[in-house]
Ligand binder design. Sequence first.
Ligand SMILES: [Zn+2]
Length: 459
Amino acid sequence: MYDTYGFPLDLTELMADEQGMNVDKKGFDKEMQKQKDLAKSSQKFTFDRSNVKWMLDNKGSHSEFVGYDSEESKSKIVKWGNEDSQVFVVLDKTPFYAESGGQIGDSGSIENKDFSLKVVDTQKSGDSIIHICDLERGSLSKDLNVDCRIDSSRRKDIKANHSATHLLHQALKDILGSHINQAGSLVGPDYLRFDFTHPNKLAEKDIEAIDLLVNDKIAENISVKTEIKTLEEAKQEGAMALFGEKYGEKVRVLTMGSFSKELCGGTHVSATGEINKFMITQDKAIASGVRRVHALTGQYIGSYLESKMDATSRLQEASDKRELEKKNQSDMLNAIDIDQMIENQKHLDNIPFINEEVALESTDGLKKLNKKLNTKFKSGIAVFSTSINENKTISVSVSKDLIEKSLSAGHLAKCIAEKLGGGGGGKDDFAMAGTSSEFSLDQIQSVIDEIIKNELKKI
Ligand SMILES: [Zn+2]
């Protein structure tokens, strides 16, 4: 769609009527405005000429776009100015496409023997095509005859994405229904974005059908034709136009065989085969009744799938690792002979006492071990020490009958931690302590022994 060519809304309504559709003008205007605001806010450069200091401003004809047929030109700078470090240039004729109709502006170079400008973006301001540039060499001199060249590989990607956008537009209508209308688009080199009226999330099978139809049309290698026609002719041929856009008396009609016919000022491939491949990567709602799909073409699909596969395999690796850790833990837990431990138990003041070093490597493992032990070890104190990431973690469990005698695992863990230089605490029946220093099981035993003696003395 070309935003310089005015396509009156009443004509759009007439065309919609012919196709048995109604135009919800108010609703659409509202959505259009939302779209435009959204597009503006996401734009890299918005050209605001009020701050630019114009150094040269020749009157006369300028900004003839020759970029449909050529990617370079011998041109003359007719107007230039600067703001901060950027230079703004208007040429008599230019191969640089200025952002419009969703297609982003070209980049490239403008130079002569005296200076070199790197064109970072191209925007429209009224009738002018403004080249937004960084000065790379020299300074703008008297000789303003320049050689212009767009970044042609970037343009090639943009062309593929723009032509794919037209195929997508028609495919959406064919697969989802004639209620589909374009509500906005963004055509860049690395992806394309298409907004359209549709109430629901796209079903997986619909996305597949749309991808398939577009790829079929790419495989047919349909030649892409452009013609300048009057609005009347375009209307009779049923060319698709964007609601709310203004089109002039003469319009550019872009045709892809019998599949697609749209009013469009953008740059396109000469045959659909150049698009190579098409794939929708995303579908989301951006407003009530308006959806946005993102899609890729050509080589960008390969890199997208690769990065997706990398992410998937990274996820798989992480989950494998978690599985392995779980398995290791249960292996380690199973390797601990609880019956043997119970047999080895000591007594501190007639209280059964288990004090063992175990290989478990996690607090979760310690908890599980204590649970397992408690089914057989009904009365007593059990202390387990294990290494987790180079630190020692100690679990303390105290049976119910001893809690009633005012012993507490939390208190024991705290005292052990104090003795070993660490932290600890917990509940009366189960608690943990941690330390980075080395210790012996005898040290732990002496702490517990002392507390038992103190506590039992009180009774
Ligand atoms: Zn277009």
